[in-house]
Design a protein around this ligand. Structure first.
Ligand code: MCN
Length: 828
């Protein structure tokens, strides 16, 4: 089937494209569902974790006598007690064969490498009793020097894991010249220094803390034939694999269930020490146990996101045509290599070039360990960091050339007639139309009018200046092609599975290998199946998140569920139709070739004879009148492994007002036009975009994890970690264009991370644009009023444009970077 034919069929389908309210909403919004913490089992015990207050220490001794004697306590377990069965946290993505990976025991035995690491587990009759007794566990630590800063870690003077002998986890490179896809980056930069423009910048991606609504929670029942674990996880299938791989339990004896899960944003794309510790204690005691963390525990021990320093060198011709980009990236993994943490910056490597055409690209990555909470995927994982860097650089280049930042983008982007286009990083983008999305966004934004207002405010020295931020982003999602993931040393595949069971009474059961945690898959998958099989939306039931019911799956992350899992559903539906056609032909006494399937009915071409899909289903179920040799089932399974990722894109425009006397910023307008190919459910998509936008804007303006000098997380609660609420944001204007993907029959591209990837640079570009006339060309994120004000003051104190220090500096968090580094060849 070609994409074009399928699109034509879809045009007649009533469900795809309909803004259906989510089936899940009733139970999720009212809370009338089975969150993991709601699960009660007979005789169930409750756990509390004893956590290290030190960032780096050895454990000299642990005295559990008092805790054991406390009221309601059933047992207290140290790492030593659980050693034989607790397993080990594994990393699925060693970036290189040489990667140094410290052992990460769920319950530490002798060494802790970050504050919050588990050192003992208390099991009691109630959660309160367990927590009280945890206070009585007496741990004697010998504190060690801790390395907390990424740049300090690079010096190897203080080691996060002394036995590794270095803080370097792995180095990795992508070089367009080496890959044969482009020119030599050093040559291009040298040429630009002579006769073009070189922009050198250093950007910081601060550490963020995923703040899903439902804390992580695990229940383990070891009493049956199988061990059953319920967990608030994004990855039940991966979790079952990791348990089997590290605890010695046979995979067939483990059932993992992700019941309704209250958000994850990547933060639940992890196999956690808490899950392993809960499993180990349940097995030791032979009783069901439950562990639910507090919010502070989420923040100190759930994995964090981002945390990079990016050193960037962009080369261009004098007219602003980009010729090369070099990225030297330092990534902080925190104390351990998490499930996919080391690979997160690798994902970004393909996105620094974004929508732009240039000849030479080099990406040099070093991953480091520090004595802070481990780092892993957080909404966008690698791609927001890359997008931020390139979109900030495009603005800097525009300022250097002296043109509107939109003009620089137009000069460098891939035009719509150039698709499919293979980028300098080696990715082939299938479809896109950056011109169309930008045109639409500019119109909705009132681009020219806002630029005119900006000019007026500048000329009148208005204390409140206006800035316009642009982000013409693309991203690579739909984490899939297994062979590409394999080439990157990723430990698992990227395929997805689906099964369709045609029940006798006309309803349809869809089993999907993805594991939703807020994305509305039950609704979207029902829409797809309703259209494909011609059955009512209400007749479709979608089952997921239980390794017994949906045994095959790779779960939900990387905006993969629709483009991989949804397409698997389509393929299973196609197989159902093919099987049903044979039965229908027999029942209609016609040849299979004469049967056509339309809107749920198998008809005989040229006649008015027909039979509906539910009629075929019940006839198959009875099996009374089937063709010879045909099995009494029209159920089907499919596993889909696409040939490529999906590449959504869009243009985001942000207007920010900056009070130059106080540094306070205020969002005036935010417009985004995203292109995610075919949209299955516009209401869900709108929600995804809004949520993503707020998360990206929050990185630009408010959020950031901070540690003190001892390695204590000082932003360990919502009092200090400034997560925005809806009151902090404005109404966004969202729209879309449609460039169908050619890698799945629906023509869809992912949307789950797009808003978060695009919005951060749009906001920072707007703020810098508002105050550039004061000599400001960067502000560290989050752009707090204090940082903005200091940047303006520092800029104002500079004697003349282009006469600032020769080196970029970041004192007081105010990086007015060296404008001399953006040097014209003649001055270099
Ligand atoms: N969709 C659609 N049409 C498209 C693209 C998507 O109708 N062209 C719909 C899909 O059918 C699905 C939803 O949008 O219902 C998101 O689809 P997709 O882009 O495939 O993303 P995933 O379902 O794989 O979700 C993962 C993605 C990621 S990586 C993060 S992080 C994230 C996100 O989704 N975390 C979320 N959205 C979240 N939403 C909620 N409520 N909670 C989270 O933790």
């Amino acid at each position: 089937m070609t994409i074009t034919e399928d699109r034509a069929a879809d045009a007649a389908s009533p469900e795809i494209g309909k803004a259906r309210r989510r089936k899940e909403d009733q139970r999720l919004i009212t809370g009338r569902t089975r969150w993991t913490d709601n699960i009660q089992l007979p005789g169930m015990l409750h756990l509390a974790m004893v956590r290290s207050p030190f960032a780096h220490a050895t454990i000299s001794s642990i005295d559990v006598t008092e805790a054991k004697a406390a009221s309601g306590v059933i047992g207290v377990f140290t790492g030593e007690d659980l050693k034989d069965i607790q397993g080990v946290n594994i990393t699925a993505w060693p970036v290189s064969a040489e990667q140094k990976t410290p052992d990460h025991l769920p319950v530490a035995v002798s060494h802790v490498a970050h504050a919050g690491e588990i050192v003992a587990v208390v099991a009691a009759r109630s959660a309160a009793a367990a927590r009280d007794a945890a206070e009585l566990v007496d741990v004697d630590y010998a504190e060690l020097p801790a390395v907390l800063d990424l740049k300090e870690a690079a010096k190897d003077e203080v080691l996060a894991h002394p036995d590794l002998g270095t803080n370097t986890s792995a180095v990795w490179q992508l070089d367009s010249a080496g890959q044969g896809s482009g020119g030599d980056v050093e040559e291009a930069i040298a040429k630009a220094r002579e006769s073009g423009i070189v922009i050198e910048r250093e950007y910081r991606q601060q550490r963020l803390i995923p703040a899903f609504m439902e804390p992580r929670s695990t229940v383990v029942d070891p009493t049956g034939e199988q061990v059953t674990m319920w967990s608030a996880t994004q990855v039940p299938h991966v979790l079952r694999f990791c348990i089997a791989a590290t605890t010695g339990l046979p995979e067939s004896k483990i059932r993992v269930i992700a019941p309704d899960v209250g958000g994850g944003f990547g933060g639940k794309l992890q196999t956690t020490p808490e899950e392993f510790a809960t499993l180990a204690v349940a097995r030791k005691l032979g009783k069901p146990v439950k562990y639910t963390e507090t919010r502070s525990e989420t923040m100190v021990s759930g994995h964090h996101g981002r945390d990079q320093w990016q050193k960037l060198t962009l080369a261009a011709e004098k007219d602003g045509r980009v010729t090369a980009l070099k990225v030297d990236l330092m990534a902080d993994l925190g104390a351990y290599a998490a499930l996919v943490g080391g690979g997160v910056p690798v994902l970004g490597a393909w996105m620094f070039n974004s929508i732009y055409k240039f000849d030479a690209y080099q990406f040099n990555l070093t991953n480091y360990y520090t004595n802070k909470t481990w780092v892993d995927a957080y909404r966008g994982a690698g791609r927001p960091e890359a997008t931020y860097a390139i979109e900030r650089l495009m603005d800097e280049l525009a300022a250097e050339v002296g043109v509107d930042p939109m003009e620089i983008r137009e000069k460098n982007w891939i035009t719509h007639d150039e698709f499919p286009f293979t980028t300098v990083a080696g990715m082939t983008y299938d479809s896109g139309n950056y011109e169309a999305a930008t045109e639409k966004a500019k119109e909705l934004f009132g681009y020219d009018e806002l630029r005119a207002e900006q000019k007026r405010r500048r000329e009148s020295n208005d204390p409140v200046q206006l800035g316009i931020g642009i982000s013409t982003f693309t991203e690579m999602c739909g984490l899939a092609p297994s062979r590409i993931l394999g080439a990157l040393n990723y430990g698992a595949g990227g395929w997805e599975s689906a099964s369709i069971r045609m029940l006798a009474t006309g309803t349809v059961e869809v089993i999907t290998g993805v594991s939703p945690h807020g994305q509305g898959h039950e609704t979207a998958w029902s829409q797809i199946v309703a259209d494909k099989l011609g059955v009512p939306f209400e007749s479709v039931e979608v089952l997921h998140g239980d390794t017994q019911i949906a045994p095959k799956g790779m779960d939900t992350y990387g905006s993969r569920s629709l483009v991989v899992g949804g397409e698997a559903v389509v393929r299973a539906a196609d197989k159902v139709i093919e099987k049903a056609k044979v039965v229908a032909a027999h029942l209609l006494e016609a040849s299979v070739d004469d049967i056509e399937f339309k809107a749920g009915t198998f008809g005989v071409k040229g006649t008015d004879k027909g039979i509906s899909m539910p009629e075929v289903a019940i006839a198959t179920w009875t099996g009374h009148n089937l063709p010879d040799g045909v099995e009494p089932s029209i159920d089907a399974d499919a596993t889909f492994d696409p040939d490529n990722f999906s590449f959504p894109h869009g243009t985001h425009l942000c207007a920010m007002e900056v009070d130059t006397e106080t540094g306070a910023t205020k969002m005036r307008k935010y417009v985004c036009v995203d292109d995610i190919g075919t949209i299955i459910n516009p209401l869900i998509v709108e929600g995804q975009v809004h949520g993503g936008l707020v998360q990206g804007i929050a990185q630009a303006l408010w959020e950031g994890a901070e540690y003190d000098e001892q390695g204590t997380l000082v932003t360990g609660s919502f009092v200090d970690y400034t997560l925005p609420t809806s009151a902090d944001t404005i109404s966004f204007v969202t729209d879309h264009t449609v460039s169908p993907s050619t890698y799945n029959s629906l023509g869809t591209k992912g949307v789950g991370e797009a808003g978060c990837i695009a919005s951060t640079p749009a906001v920072v570009n707007a703020i810098v644009d508002a105050v550039r006339q004061f000599g400001v060309n960067d502000i560290l994120m989050p752009c707090t009023p204090e940082r903005v004000w200091k940047a303006i003051e520092k800029g104002r104190s500079v004697p003349g444009e282009g006469e600032r220090d020769a080196q970029p500096h970041f004192d007081e968090g105010v990086p007015n970077q060296d404008p001399g580094a953006a040097s014209e060849g003649s001055q270099a």
